[in-house]
Design a protein around this ligand. Sequence first.
Ligand code: ZN
Length: 253
Amino acid sequence: MLAQNESVLLAFQGIQNRFCKKAIMFKVIDSAVPIACWSCSIGHNDSTLFCPHCSKIQPPPGGDYFSVFGLEPRLNLDLTALEHEFHRLSRKLHPDRFARAEENEKQWSLADTALLNDAYRTLKDPLRRTEYLLKLLGAEIGAGQESKEEKVARVPADLLEEVFELNMQLEEMRAASETGAEDPALQAGLEQAKRRFDGLLVEVDQDLRTQWQAWDEGDAAARASAQKRMVALLDRRRYLSNLVRDVTETLGA
Ligand SMILES: [Zn+2]
């Protein structure tokens, strides 16, 4: 049997866990937590930079980057509209407009501007946008430091042979350039490999776009499967980009 204070502790931890989970769920599923405007006291969603009732600036909202622009999370975005909205909000937040405002409002104009800039930088870039959305949904993306063994284990199965071949060529090329020897055949082989992997990157990007569509328009099951596919595609993309970078560096050395 548990001592009484132990069971109290466990119960407390249970409550804490539920709280944490709930807070995270809220942020992902419903970024629009209602709060009251500091100025007019009317409730509004915590996703807006300006009160919809009295138009006063609000402290940096707690929603996601999409909600800063009044958007639902989605992957196909109208970039012209996004840019337009970014400039419109930037002008409204400009510190010059708050020269005679209260100190709080001055601070918020700076903090909201920083948030708006981060949100725009993330959403206008297709890859950053995809990563951001997947992270919002709880995916772990982009391994940090990894060992050589982990790197080998991550080689996409269908590329094992080619990558092995390429690594041999890279070694040879590096050894050759150290001795100052020229090997046109080796050089041509590497250039060909670079074109091949560049082509694979283009394929990954096309595939990603197809998954965007599937996620934006799909039901829960379609979304879940698109999410999984996108995480794998981003992983493949990162791997291929590193390869292309290695080849380019070796060719340029
Ligand atoms: Zn208000």
